[in-house]
Write a protein that binds this ligand. Structure first.
Ligand SMILES: *Cc1c(COP(=O)(O)O)cnc(C)c1O
Length: 392
């Protein structure tokens, strides 16, 4: 039995033709398509600069370095995210802490952030960088988080891996109106794909130049950044330690082609979500709440089981649906529960909302191309299970 996955890429004949054209061109990497893709995404988001890289993980890493993060510094992020949102701080030798989630949006709670900042100020250990994660594609309350950044003096990297195509207060996610840098992922399960790939967007030219240099070994070709005038036109200088985090032109060609359908992808996700919302009304599942300031990209459709009204467990529902061919998932295991982080001394009871979420959440399949029949199958498996009775 083939599983209906929770998410997957949508590849058209145009996408294939774009990749083939890149393969036939003079440049497989470091050619003209990467900068074209960067310009396209920056223009879409209404931001000034974009730096394409080989993953969102790489983008988060170079964003943290560009903001000056190092050993002894502190980064705060959401516990309900993929581990990469926290790992980027660890790559820089910084410490990580988590801010509990909002019980309605499942994003980092701006109120919990404010409380935690007040306490951190009293104890003299404020974060240098805060990384809000736009879970499911719904923007965090960036205006409030930005106001706190002004008050407490931290920088903001939006982990917008789920959120390209979404908007907040009428601006596209990635506008960076309330942040220093925003990061997108183009992994195949995300909104648009380049196979593997990511991008950092910013309005700050210096941050953009620094991230572009870190993407390619720490090498510069700008004479103004060199320690002395170039020896000749061949000349370059490595002025710091960077990486090879470059995106290929093959990937950028796919990304350019996918960008043409971004708005359509998001519209299709909304149509699927609307159908789930309608059919799950007054059921055993709490459907995703949408903040009025946000138009979600709907990367994920996360329900929460009303376990008090069900004669079954979260795990039973999950495993039965998997056994019946529905590729449900759980986004995410709280990061502080991962052994790598748990050994640092985090206590689950410090994150009561994240713990409740983890006990109840299930991600249902959502992706452009999911058919009505498949969606009906998902709901039939969820709502009319063979093995348990519901009382609603
Ligand atoms: C997918 C994802 C990442 C990492 O993206 P890659 O492109 O696979 O490196 C980071 N953060 C979040 C929230 C993600 O969902």
């Amino acid at each position: 039995m083939s599983l209906i996955p929770y998410g997957k890429q949508n590849i058209s004949e145009d996408d294939i033709a774009a990749v083939v054209a890149a393969l036939r061109s003079d440049f497989l990497t470091q050619g003209p398509i990467v900068p074209e893709f960067e310009k396209t995404v920056a223009a879409y988001c209404g931001t000034n600069h974009a730096v394409a890289v080989n993953s969102a993980t790489s983008a988060l890493h170079i964003a943290c370095i560009a903001l000056g993060l190092g050993p002894g510094d502190l980064v705060w992020t959401s516990p309900i995210t993929f581990v990469a949102s926290a790992n980027c701080a660890r790559y820089c030798g910084a410490d990580v802490d988590f801010v509990d989630i909002d019980p309605r949006t499942y994003n980092m709670s701006a109120a919990s952030l404010a409380d935690k900042l007040a306490k951190a100020k009293a104890s003299g250990r404020l974060p240098k960088v805060v990384i809000p994660v736009h879970l499911s594609g719904q923007s965090c309350e960036m205006q409030a988080i930005h106001a706190l950044s002004q008050q407490y003096g931290f920088r903001i990297v939006e982990d917008a891996s789920h959120a390209i195509g979404g908007s907040y207060q009428g601006d596209k996610v990635g506008s960076c109106r309330y942040s220093d840098i925003a990061v997108f992922s183009f992994h195949p399960v995300k909104i648009i794909t380049t196979g593997e790939g990511g991008m950092a967007v910013t309005n700050d030219l210096e941050l953009a130049k620094h991230m572009a240099r870190l993407r390619s070994h720490g090498i510069t070709r700008y004479p103004s950044e060199m320690t002395h005038p170039p020896h000749g036109s061949w000349y370059y200088q490595q002025i710091e330690l960077g990486f090879n985090y470059r995106m290929t032109d093959i990937q950028a060609a796919l990304g350019m082609s996918q960008m043409r359908r971004l708005d359509d992808f998001v519209a299709q996700r909304h149509a699927i979500a609307q159908r789930y919302d309608d059919l799950l009304k007054d059921s055993v599942a709490t459907t995703p709440w949408q903040h009025p300031d946000s138009h979600s990209a709907l990367h994920l459709y996360v329900i929460r089981l009303k376990l008090g009204a069900m004669k079954t467990t979260h795990r039973e529902v999950f495993e039965r649906m998997r056994a019946e061919g529905i590729g449900v998932n759980l986004h995410y295991i709280p990061v502080y529960r991962q052994p790598y982080y748990a050994q640092m001394g985090f206590r689950p009871e410090d994150f009561p909302q994240a713990e409740r979420y983890y006990a109840e959440a299930i991600t249902l399949p959502i992706f452009p191309g999911l058919t009505d029949i498949q969606q009906g199958e998902v709901l039939r498996r969820l709502l009319t299970p063979s093995g348990y009775q519901t009382i609603f």
